[in-house]
Design a protein around this ligand. Sequence first.
Ligand code: CDP
Length: 806
Amino acid sequence: MNDMTPTREQREAKLEGMGCKRKRVEDARFTQGKGNYVDDLKLPGMLHGDFVRSPHAHARVKSINGEEALKVPGVLAVITAETLKTVNLAWMPTLAGDVQMVLADGKVLFQNQEVAFVVATDRYAADDGINKVVVEYEPLPPLIDPFKAMDADAPVLREDLAGKTTGAHGPRKHHNHIFEWTVGDKDLTDAAFKKADVTIKEMISYHRTHPSPLETCQCVCSFDKIKGELSIWGTFQAPHVIRTVVALIAKIPEHKIHVISPDVGGGFGNKVGAYPGYICAAVASIVTGKPVKWVEDRIENLTATSFARDYHMTTEIASTKDGKVTGLRVHVLADHGAFDACADPSKWPAGFFNIVTGSYDFPVAHLSVDGIYTNKAPGGVAYRCSFRVTEAAYCIERGMDILAQKLGMDPAELRLRNFIKAEQFPYHSALGWEYDSGDYHTAMKKMMETVDYAGLRKEQAAQRAAFKRGETREIMGLGVSFFTEIVGAGPSKNCDILGIAMFDSCEIRLHPTGAGIARVGTKSTGQGHETTWAQIIATEIGIPADDIMVEEGNTDTAPYGLGTYGSRSTPVAGAAIAMAARKIKAKAQMIAAYRLEVHEGDLEWDIDGFRVKGLPEKSMSMKDICWAAYNSVPPGMEPGLEAVSYYDPPNMTYPFGAYICVMNIDVDTGVYKIRRFYALDDCGTRINPMIIEGQVHGGLTEAFAIAMGQEIRYDDDGNVVTGSFMDFFMPTAVETPHWETDFTVTPSPHHPIGAKGVGESPNVGGVPAFSNAVNDAFSFLGSTHIQMPHDYWRNWRAAKNLGVFA
Ligand code: CDP
């Protein structure tokens, strides 16, 4: 080895593979305003569509008159349900097995529901046209309170379902009932409650909120009449699924549909489903023969596209008197709005809510969920969470704190006493999951030591005493949260969308000079896939990450995949990437053996190539193997170096984390101060620690927003009262606390590189940490549970209700 020969460390560093804090390659364009988003697209002759929307939450539509609108200069068409009926598209299927009106058909069922679609030469003309469409409504009584949905005299919302006693998920109990879903052993659970020393019961609501990505939902549809081909550029988290849905409902052959997701400015679940805007833009393009663009504004996004949460969870825990949990019973009233348009895998009407036993060793549990219709926007998407996991984590983490309070035990101590132990993995939960790996005690203890938990509790005791002596008006709360996520939907044995198994895919093609392209079935909406996917390949096959281009989002070029949501990208597509890379490596080994004139078994992998065992100077780099793949492969072998993998995971992955929030609240104003927030995450093998940290910061900021103020709220008439960023809490850098992050590493035993997802963990674990901090602060004044969101006014009201001003 001469001085110029790179060391092993230098060779490894050059790859920028897994574990490296590689800078995000996509940021070069994002930070310079050079991203290419749907609204940047301008096609020749492109038209613009916009919606007439309902001012009422529930009304009969007596007539729609577009005559005056058509007189507005530039307005070309006013599309209504009657127009859509001619092409059988007035209603569309939802991912949850329900149907949804594309445009109001006889009735409107929520405020801002789409009533007519005005097509014009520009957006301004379309807007002017909207104001000239005359719609005659006959208001009907709105149903807003989910707890009244199944009253005998509740208004009938879905007249189209009259007489239907069965829905996509079984029997319906009432005209506003969608489904009942039960899991677990009821008898054993009831018996555990009968025997219990201590029980708690609390109705814990997770309010309605919205993913509100920076870029709203939008598309451009362009139908080529000559070729019979439809091209759709859209903000899609799952472009392949959109293509299949369009093929099924528009009856256009799937190979004649081109779906392209260009750069997408955040998704968070909002961009998984299909919306009326997509259908109307496609129909308008087919009718006019011109490209048609539809772009939502902020109010439309918040009030009409998919909401999240709205779960009302009656939670009961049984325990021994020394704090060992013996049973969990949860009933959920799930408010799905006007149509059941939840984006869950088909067989899971309440998503993966049955992860609600959390990180604790419950011997028995029982869960029942009733889904109901109300006069609110449809949706129920996984807002930065894996299909209702965040509701489940909130439910159990509040429940454990309430139990600790009743037992007079420290909440951290109660958790430590009930954690699933490291040696119990793989662990079978009472509600049917097999947790792959975990070391909860280590994570919790690391958190407690780092923040000096015992010291904080002492400080809190002193503060409480001072409050009682009248020396301070501030109360202090410690919000402990320990969550287990379930991500990586998913195994074909239990996860599909519209009958398509939820695998994911990767195709890698290496070029002669040792560079290549990887195409993946996922679609980054800001998570940095272009950076991290190349890092997996770099480690697996020794080609520097900089020499691998990653491409996603084009259904013509990417292999079929189910897209990005529910932190599934790393658990599923990340595995497909590693498997495709391993196929390439296997072929590369044969080529190297042939060229080095040894048997394949005589070769060993060495960072960026193969070397002959015992003869390290006899080696061939991956770069040289790429060249050889195109000119001197072994006889009988096909030239080229490429591979594709469709990966069907054997199980989900179960990331976890220990979080704590330290908060002070001024009882006179309700103003809170987040003094400290510490988040320890375990997502198994870490691909890019810097990106993980960014994901955690983003997720915690969303958790902070949701817990402390963000809400889609309706008044009694069904008007959305938080329909713009004036009212819907969107934290800026000013409000956002400082985040401390930490980690442990417990690899997934079944994932090829041991990685679990991370993007959603901070939202799942963060919300209970904030809420537990507020509740812990008020608990010594006699409070058991205060519902979210915990904005200043509600904190002040809580203090008032607890007699602080008496
Ligand atoms: O599906 P989504 O991309 O939203 O979530 P994810 O799989 O949790 O990945 C989010 C980002 O974090 C991606 O860029 C991943 O590659 C990265 N990540 C990582 O570096 N290491 C992990 N163990 C998990 C995710």
